[in-house]
Design a protein around this ligand. Structure first.
Ligand code: GAR
Length: 202
């Protein structure tokens, strides 16, 4: 079974979706460690409740970006991690993390990429006035939010939506496609061909 390292910064509802799937034997993988760059991230509580090992690497403990990522890699190796999941990890990562886990790092993003990369994609979508947005899982490359896309799900935007109501509806879909992406990746069913990914059985 593949071993997963989950990187978080905040409340960790995506992490919780992975934990729930694992507990219901739907993940096809084991969460080996949860690493947070925020010592007070609520996601750490979720991991502890599920008896999953936690580690904290912050700006304070590792002020130099390169050293920060090297420490994260050290931890991931220590836990024999095969696949890294960025689940609300609000930090740019460097080649020091990407190289050792090339094509093995995935990210969940709350928009239909390539629309609205970066911070607060939900507000960006509202501000732009699009009628449909959604979420994307993708392979992480050095360019932010720009790696090969794995799965996407759409979410309509209603006139009455606020940033929070929209974010809430997108989250429900995020949880679904993130779990599915980890399942597919663990089963070796995702093949990267240039910018495109091919999924076995599709
Ligand atoms: C999620 O909406 C995730 O897509 C987003 O942060 C939120 C984390 O929520 N990530 C990004 O915006 C990355 N650019 P969670 O902590 O409840 O999983």
């Amino acid at each position: 079974m593949k071993r997963i390292g989950v990187l978080i910064s905040g409340r960790g509802t995506n992490l919780q979706a992975l934990i729930d799937a694992q507990q219901q034997d739907r993940l096809g993988a084991e969460i080996a460690v949860v690493i947070s760059n925020k010592s007070k991230a609520y996601g750490l509580e979720r991991a502890r409740t599920a008896n999953i090992s936690t580690e904290i690497v912050t700006k304070k403990t590792h002020p130099v970006r390169e050293e920060h990522d090297k420490r994260v890699v050290e931890i991931l190796k220590q836990y024999n991690v095969d696949i890294v999941v960025l689940a609300g990890y609000m930090r740019l990562i460097t080649e020091h993390l990407i190289k050792p886990f090339e094509n093995k790092i995935i990210n969940i993003h709350p928009s239909l990429l390539p629309a609205f990369p970066g911070i607060d994609a939900q507000q960006q979508a509202l501000d732009y006035g699009v009628k449909i947005t959604g979420c994307t899982t993708h392979v992480v490359t050095i360019e932010m939010d720009a790696g090969p896309i794995i799965l996407q799900e759409y979410v309509p935007i209603f006139d009455t939506d606020t940033r929070d109501t929209l974010a809430e509806r997108i989250l429900e879909k995020e949880h679904e496609i993130l779990v599915e992406t980890v399942q597919l990746l663990s089963e070796g069913k995702i093949h990267i061909q240039g910018r495109r990914t091919k999924i076995n059985g599709e």
